[in-house]
Design a protein around this ligand. Structure first.
Ligand SMILES: [Zn+2]
Length: 237
C-alpha cells in the first residue's frame, strides 16, 4: 500500500486529525518511512544524541565527552557543516557518529517530495565531502515527517531515528534537563540534546554542557554505558 492509501485507510479508523498528528510527529510513527526511537531493551546501553550542530560551541561539548570517554551521535545540518567544517571533522575524528539532520532545518510538512529529498541529499553530500563519514541515520527537523520521506530515506540509505526522551535543553536549566533524562533513561534509550540552535552562530549551550556533566556519572552509576546510535541498533555480539 502506498503512503496515501495507507494514511486514508488509517485516518478512517482513528479519526483524521489525531491520526495525522501521530503520523507526522509521533516518536513511534513509521507512517512516512522506517524509524526507530529506542534500541535493544535487553542491554543497559544508552545513546546520547546532539542535534542542530555543528556550531562554534560544539568543541566544548567534545571536551566533556572526551573527558568521560563517552561516544555520541551528532545529527548535523549541512549548512552548519559548511559554516564550521573543521568542527564537523573534529566530531568525526573523535570517534562520534555523524547523522543527517537536513540541510537548513526546515519543517518538512506540506513540502514537496523533491524539496524533502534535496534537503536530505545536500546534507548527506556536505557531511560526506567534509568529514569523510557517510551518515546512515536521519533525524527529521522537529521530528516532523511527511510524504516523500520514505523514498528519500531509501534512496540515500538512511534509517530514521527519533528519540526516547528529548532534553528541552534549549529552554530549561541544566538540573531540570538532567532530572528528566535520568528519569526516562532505560535500556536502549536514545537521549536527545542539542549542540546547536538550528542555524544560529555560537549558541549558548551552557545548560546542555552542564546537563551532560551531571547525567554521565549518574547514569554510569546506575549501570548504563554509552554507545553510538548505530551500535545501539546493531549491537556486536
Ligand atoms: Zn533539530
Amino acid at each position: 500500500m502506498g503512503d496515501v492509501a495507507l494514511i486514508s485507510a488509517a485516518a478512517g479508523i482513528f479519526g483524521a486529525t489525531g491520526f495525522m498528528e501521530y503520523a507526522v510527529r509521533g516518536r513511534s510513527s513509521r507512517v512516512f518511512g522506517p524509524s526507530v526511537y529506542r534500541g535493544d531493551r535487553t542491554r543497559p546501553a544508552l545513546a546520547l544524541t546532539f542535534d542542530d550542530g555543528p556550531s562554534e560551541s560544539t568543541p566544548a561539548l567534545l571536551e566533556v565527552l572526551a573527558r568521560h570517554t563517552v561516544p555520541a551521535t551528532f545529527f548535523m545540518c549541512g549548512s552548519n557543516v559548511r559554516r564550521c567544517p573543521s568542527i564537523a571533522r573534529s566530531v568525526v575524528a573523535a570517534g562520534h557518529e555523524a547523522g543527517n539532520h537536513s540541510d537548513s532545518h526546515p519543517r518538512m510538512d506540506f513540502r514537496s517530495p523533491e524539496f524533502i529529498y534535496r534537503e536530505m541529499a545536500l546534507a548527506q553530500e556536505t557531511i560526506h565531502q567534509t568529514t569523510g563519514a557517510i551518515p546512515k541515520l536521519f533525524r527529521a527537523p522537529y521530528g516532523v515527517r511527511w510524504f516523500g520521506l520514505r523514498a528519500a530515506q531509501q534512496r540515500l540509505h538512511l534509517n530514521g531515528v527519533m528519540w526516547t526522551v528529548i532534553g528541552h535543553d534549549w529552554k530549561w536549566p541544566a538540573p531540570r534537563v538532567a532530572r528528566l533524562l535520568i528519569s526516562y533513561a532505560a535500556n536502549g534509550g536514545i537521549l536527545c540534546l542539542h549542540d546547536g540552535r538550528t542555524l544560529e552562530r555560537a549558541p549558548d549551550i551552557r545548560a546542555t554542557l552542564d546537563a551532560v556533566e551531571m547525567i554521565i556519572p549518574a547514569l554510569k552509576e546506575r549501570g548504563f554505558h554509552f554507545e553510538t546510535v548505530s551500535q545501539i541498533l546493531c549491537p556486536k555480539t
